[in-house]
Design a protein around this ligand. Structure first.
Ligand code: GLC
Ligand code: CA
Length: 563
């Protein structure tokens, strides 16, 4: 079972710009985070993942770094950072940084030099190519719409950017770049940070000969993600990083790796690979996309059978060989209760059910800020209220192609990253208690009802349910290390599974819908010998001998001793 502190931990993700503003400028900041650490300590989380806080012109909220060793001025100073780290450590919490190694900001001094002339010594820090037939070098499409290539008139060559044009990709074929990045990672480790989430790490290597490697399927631009995702050399580069730097520190690492299944993930996280502790997989994030090729914006209903298939596959393939990172939401995704639960009629029970699901899987659970109080998607009427570069690019491209406004806005309401980026709702006062000023993006109008102040006070709140789930993880090793087995694989409403470790077994029963399906006790379970560990509905002690009806979005977790 190979115990590790990062397997036993619960991670809480902070999106700093939207977490807490301390000085009334409408932008969340480091002092704001410090002022809310007691709240997080009370919740019981162990590790705080803080999205990028480095110096940045903020075209992608900090995922465009212009100085890796400085703090974004809107967020505070390096002194504030040191203070934050001390305050977390004093509370027994660890700090995981979010590091973007695939690209920098176009304002990074490296890029400013690189673009200045073809013979600048830093030209090769980035990826420059000549155009072809009066256009870009190839037809790859960027994650944020349009070509991955941007023509720079200064030298009449194109630079590559998998994300926005303000995020030029670093050239990992240049050993000098690698050295500089290693040095910088070490610099943060020496400061005492406890881990990293490596942003977009699957993309640091591109197909060899890529300037000519058009994806033949469609023109003029195509999604060619396979040509720059999870290629073999990524592993060599990560192993170098591990052997030269990471190995010497007791830290936690998680990679953002879209586009792979569990067998491939083992190349990153398999025991003995010397790469990462865990990765974020994306298969379940595409359940509600019409087809993988159509991208995320074409929304279709998701299916529970598919969800079971995907999650069960990850659970079984990685067991004893690697480690999962389990999540339903982050700063790039819609709110989990709006997407997989029911934020209209069953917000509280469905949010608790989803929390039970994630926390009872094998792997490290991640909570995204506001998820613990059941924050929902937002539905701004006008594109002017949106801030996210991906959303704005999408809107503009679709308008240009003549797609009707309502159709675009409907996709944005479902999938915009701003759903998860509206300010944290602390109380029912001005701007949800996030700021005394004007927030950089509007607060969700439901903050009058949904807010941390209410949640902390109410013993039946989603917040207090999360607290229980986290406390259970500390008490029962079977929750952390138990092996997973799916029950009722073909049931279209109930998701049930067991977790087994030595002589203990958990039975997890989840109703994913607003219906009332019948649940039969599986063979080998004697209801009289089961202890109820947690449920989102009151339960009586008298068990029905053979079966019972589940209530809408009901979740129950039982423990059986001595199996
Ligand atoms: C990752 C981040 C996302 C960012 C992108 C580019 O996907 O999670 O927020 O926009 O990388 O850095
Ligand atoms: Ca501020």
């Amino acid at each position: 079972m190979n115990p590790k502190w990062w397997k036993e931990s619960v991670v809480y993700q902070i999106y700093p710009i939207s977490f807490m503003d301390s000085n009334g400028d409408g932008i969340g900041d480091l002092q704001g985070i410090i002022s809310r650490l007691d709240y997080l300590q009370d919740l019981g989380v162990d590790v705080i993942w803080v999205c990028p806080i480095y110096k940045s012109p903020n075209h992608d909220n900090g995922y465009d770094i212009s100085d890796y060793c400085d703090i974004m001025k809107e967020f505070g100073t390096m002194d504030d950072f040191d203070h934050l780290l001390r305050e977390m450590h004093a509370r027994g919490m660890k700090l995981m940084m979010d590091l973007v190694l695939n690209h920098t900001s176009h304002e990074h001094p490296w890029f400013v030099e690189s673009r200045s002339s073809k013979d600048n010594p830093k030209r090769d820090y980035y990826i420059w190519r000549k155009g072809k037939n009066g256009g870009p070098p190839n037809n790859w499409e960027s994650y944020f719409s349009g070509s991955v290539w941007e023509l720079d008139p200064r030298t009449d060559e194109y630079y590559l950017h998998l994300y926005s044009k303000y995020q030029p990709d670093l050239n990992w074929e240049n050993p000098v770049v690698i050295d500089k990045l290693h040095e910088m990672v070490e610099w943060w480790l020496k400061k005492g940070v406890d881990g990293f989430r490596f942003d977009a790490i699957a993309h640091i290597v591109k197909t060899k000969g890529y300037p000519d490697a058009d994806n033949p399927n469609r023109t003029p631009t195509v999604r060619a993600y396979g040509m720059f995702s999870n290629l073999e050399d990524v592993h060599t580069l990560l192993q170098n990083l591990y052997d030269n730097v990471l190995y010497f520190y007791d830290i936690m690492t998680v990679g953002e790796t879209s586009g792979l299944g569990p067998e491939q993930a083992l190349d990153y996280v398999g025991d003995g690979r010397r790469e990462l502790n865990m990765t974020f997989q994306f298969e379940h994030m595409f359940l509600d996309a019409a087809s993988p090729g159509s991208g995320k914006w074409d929304v279709v209903p998701w299916s529970l059978l598919e969800l079971k298939k995907i999650m069960s596959n990850w659970q079984t393939v990685l067991h004893d060989r690697g480690w999962n990172a389990n999540y339903l939401c982050n700063h790039d995704q819609p709110r989990s209760v709006s997407r997989f639960g029911n934020d209209l009629f069953y917000r509280i029970p469905s949010a608790k059910m989803l929390a039970t699901f994630i926390h009872m899987l094998e792997g490290t659970p991640y909570i995204y800020q506001g998820e613990e109080i059941g924050m929902t998607n937002v539905c701004f009427d006008s594109i002017d209220e949106y801030r996210d570069v991906e959303t704005l690019n999408y809107y503009e491209e679709k308008r240009k192609n003549g797609v009707p406004e309502e159709q675009i806005m409907s996709a944005i309401h479902h999938k915009s990253r701003d759903n998860a980026r509206t300010p944290m709702q602390w109380d029912d006062g001005h701007a949800g208690g996030f700021t005394t000023g004007t927030p950089w993006i509007k607060v969700n109008s439901n903050h009058m009802e949904i807010n941390a102040g209410n949640a902390v006070k109410d013993p039946d709140s989603i917040y207090n349910y999360y607290k229980q789930l986290i406390a259970l993880r500390k008490k029962y090793k079977v929750i952390v290390y138990g092996s997973y087995e799916l029950l009722l694989a073909e049931h279209t409403e109930i998701y049930a599974y067991t977790r087994t470790l030595e002589d203990q077994r958990l039975l997890v029963i989840l109703n994913f819908f607003d219906t009332e399906p019948e649940f039969e006790w599986p063979a080998g379970f004697d209801p009289d010998q089961l202890e109820l560990l947690i449920s989102n509905y009151p339960q009586s002690k008298d068990h029905d001998i053979r079966s019972f009806k589940l209530r809408p979005y009901e979740a129950r977790v039982y423990l059986q001793q001595r199996v």
